[in-house]
Design a protein around this ligand. Structure first.
Ligand SMILES: CC(=O)N[C@H](C=O)[C@@H](O)[C@H](O)[C@H](O)COP(=O)(O)O
Length: 233
């Protein structure tokens, strides 16, 4: 029998509604409106950062939520749900899935991915592993995560640095792991999102291209500036 959550999100669009403290749209009220707009536009799930935003989004929509807490620690590069502290905060906030960094980089305080995943499994909590390579995807599957997401390709020094989504990682992960694989990271057009499904992605997460108007504006402004500067020469 398939898991209900994964049946619900199959073939669908999950919208990541995130704005950090230094971003203009930061705040639960804004993220709740983003999530509502996403729902009205046809999203079947939300990915959100922080207990505060998650609570606000829950008031605005009934869509299932993938929760993360981004937090910086001095002794590690890992910032997406790095330690047990963030895991416990997210469990209290009650999210459908907790996503966490599942790269091979050392975690704060010497905690391990395996310990965190075991803890969540014991509590019946579904887990999304944000990976940057196929080796990380295979390891995450072997320790019992519920699904893989290509979120962190391009954000570790040893993964391909590119402006497009990492379709190669998605393709390989779909072929090699048995659990659902989600396409995520730099999916900037509807065509790219659809292509992820063609490659076998279970669902697709899109963030910046939908919910970060400052970045979207920058792309338009940059393109226009380049053309204008070209015309002036
Ligand atoms: C690398 C990292 O910190 N990714 C974060 C993970 O939650 C978010 O900032 C991204 O917006 C999300 O993964 C969706 O990706 P994109 O915004 O490229 O569609």
């Amino acid at each position: 029998m398939g898991d209900l959550y994964f049946e619900q999100i199959r073939g669908g669009l999950i919208v990541s509604c995130q704005a950090l403290e230094d971003e203009p749209l930061h705040g639960g009220d804004t993220m709740a409106k983003m999530a509502l707009a996403a729902e009205q536009g046809g999203a079947i799930g939300i990915r959100a950062n922080s207990v505060h935003d998650i609570a606000a989004i829950k008031q605005a929509t009934k869509l299932p939520i993938i929760g993360i807490i981004k937090r910086d620690y001095d002794d590690s590069e890992v910032y997406i749900t790095p330690t047990l502290q963030e895991v416990q905060e997210l469990m209290e906030a009650r999210v459908d899935v907790i996503a966490l960094d599942a790269t091979s980089r050392p975690r704060p305080g010497g905690e391990t991915l395996k310990e965190l995943v075991s803890y969540m499994r014991e509590q019946g909590q579904k887990v999304m592993a944000d990976v940057s390579t196929i080796e990380e995807a295979l390891y995450a599957e072997s320790i019992g995560v519920s699904c893989i997401s290509t979120t962190l390709s391009g954000y570790t020094h040893y993964s391909p640095q590119q402006k497009d989504p990492d379709f190669d990682l998605l393709r390989e992960a779909v072929r090699k792991v048995k659990i659902p694989v989600i396409g995520e990271g730099r999916i900037n057009t509807p065509e790219q999102a659809a292509f992820c499904l063609k490659l076998g992605a279970h669902a697709v997460v899109v963030g910046s291209a939908i919910t970060r108007p400052k970045l979207i504006t920058e792309k338009f402004a940059h393109a226009i500036r380049k053309t204008r500067d070209g015309q002036m020469h």
